[in-house]
Design a protein around this ligand. Structure first.
Ligand SMILES: [Zn+2]
Length: 261
């Protein structure tokens, strides 16, 4: 199954994959009838999740119904259990919205849709289109921001982090996730490498500009944020980690201090 998924992902053009995912993935999911896994985003139960990944497919990754991945499940559980987002529905900016999360947020903000704004460089699914290094939004115009797997692609990530800080109100919070290699002390970046294969080898993906190390949190803090680096999956029982097939990724929560502008 892993080899089959990798073949499909690499052989077919992306727009076709995105169109086919709606019916093909649920169909594949039927192979996994059972109750050993539960998707916290859509409630689907299966024996296992589907394998997923371009370079090396990971087992137990993709929800066959809502297409959520491991990190989406962890993030959703965090939002549900650790924040007051569902009750308060803060003005939320969701950058590069992940489809599975976006569907949940759209439902949650159903009667106050103007408080949930999605933004992307080009995705037609997003409300706004901009480069995160220059956000065309007023200072302090949002209460919360979610921005995942963007910083490793951006040329000047520090500038992007300052922009997120600027558009948040004092006391606002956000979740800003990127792949972090915890075995590295310092972030590795080298803009002189332009060869696609070499970039894939060094950075894990051809369009990544860096691999963050354990200093990821301090880079976010440079922008002015108070940063909480939380090994959230470790707070679950082993049974829950298996049930939701959670990744070991840390969650980075940023807060804009109340006493600073
Ligand atoms: Zn799901």
């Amino acid at each position: 199954m892993r080899r089959f998924i990798r073949f499909i992902l690499n052989a077919l053009p992306r727009p076709l994959l995105q169109r086919a995912a709606g019916w093909a993935v649920p169909l594949l999911g039927l192979v996994y009838v059972g109750r050993g896994r539960e998707c916290p985003l859509c409630g689907t139960r299966r024996r296992r999740f589907l394998p997923y990944g371009y370079v090396t497919p990971r087992e137990d990754a993709l929800c066959p119904r809502c297409l959520a991945l491991e990190r989406h499940r962890l993030l959703w559980l965090y939002i549900e259990r650790e924040t007051r987002l569902a009750a308060e529905r803060p003005r939320l900016l969701h950058v590069a919205p992940e489809a599975a999360l976006m569907r949940r947020f759209r439902r949650l903000y159903g009667d106050v849709p103007e408080r949930y704004v999605t933004a992307d460089l080009e995705s037609p699914l997003a409300d706004m289109h901009f480069d995160i290094q220059h956000i065309p939004l007023a200072d302090a115009s949002f209460d919360a921001v979610i921005c995942n797997h963007i910083m490793e692609h951006v040329e000047d990530d520090r500038q992007a982090m300052r922009e997120l800080y600027r558009i948040l109100r004092a006391g606002g919070w956000g979740i800003v996730l990127s792949p972090v290699d915890l075995s590295r002390a310092a972030t590795f970046e080298d803009d002189t490498v332009t060869d696609r294969d070499e970039r894939t080898r060094l950075f894990g993906q051809y369009d990544h500009r860096r691999v963050y190390g354990r200093d990821y949190a301090s880079r976010l803090a440079e922008a002015g944020f108070d940063v909480e680096d939380r090994d959230y999956a470790a707070e679950f029982t082993a049974a829950e980690r298996t049930l939701y097939a959670l990744p070991a990724d840390h969650i980075f929560i940023v807060r804009k201090p109340v006493n600073r502008s």
